[in-house]
Design a binder for this molecule. Structure first.
Ligand SMILES: [Zn+2]
Length: 144
């Protein structure tokens, strides 16, 4: 059980992570459903909407920690943004205007996310944590 978990506490954290089905962020962090807001998107990237959700989690619900969890073997991070746009355009006929540039290395992704979150004036990042979840062995490695 993670140190984030506390039976007497209410909301303990806001978690930003990937939508990948192999991740159960609450179980990974040892949190109960009532203890965390979970913000998910393809790759777990810091987008405008992710910041909006994390900000409201802090302002409206009092989440004090922001926890970033990225993972190994992230299919949303294997290609360039240009390649993902081309894949979508080939299938739908529309080239999306997504502005996220995928980063293949999970360590670099977590570091970049933590830097981006720290740079946001909308967030309290005094208790910001980052981890890499290994989808093969289930281990969770902190990123300093
Ligand atoms: Zn992923």
């Amino acid at each position: 059980m993670s140190e984030l978990s506390s039976p007497e506490a209410g909301l303990r954290a806001s978690v930003l992570t990937c939508m990948d089905h192999r991740l159960d962020p609450l179980a990974i962090l040892g949190l109960e459903q009532r203890e965390a807001h979970v913000v998910r998107n393809a790759g777990g990237y810091v987008t405008g909407d992710a910041i909006r959700s994390l900000c409201l989690s802090q302002q409206l619900a009092g989440a004090i920690r922001i926890v970033v969890v990225h993972h190994t073997d992230c299919r949303a991070s294997e290609q360039t943004a240009e390649r993902y746009r081309a894949l979508v355009e080939a299938s739908t006929g529309v080239s999306p205007s997504w502005d996220v540039e995928p980063v293949p290395d999970p360590h670099q992704r977590v570091k970049a996310a933590m830097e981006q979150l720290s740079a946001s004036p909308l967030l309290d990042t005094s208790r910001l944590e980052g981890y890499i979840y290994d989808v093969d062995d289930g281990s969770l490695t902190p990123v300093e």
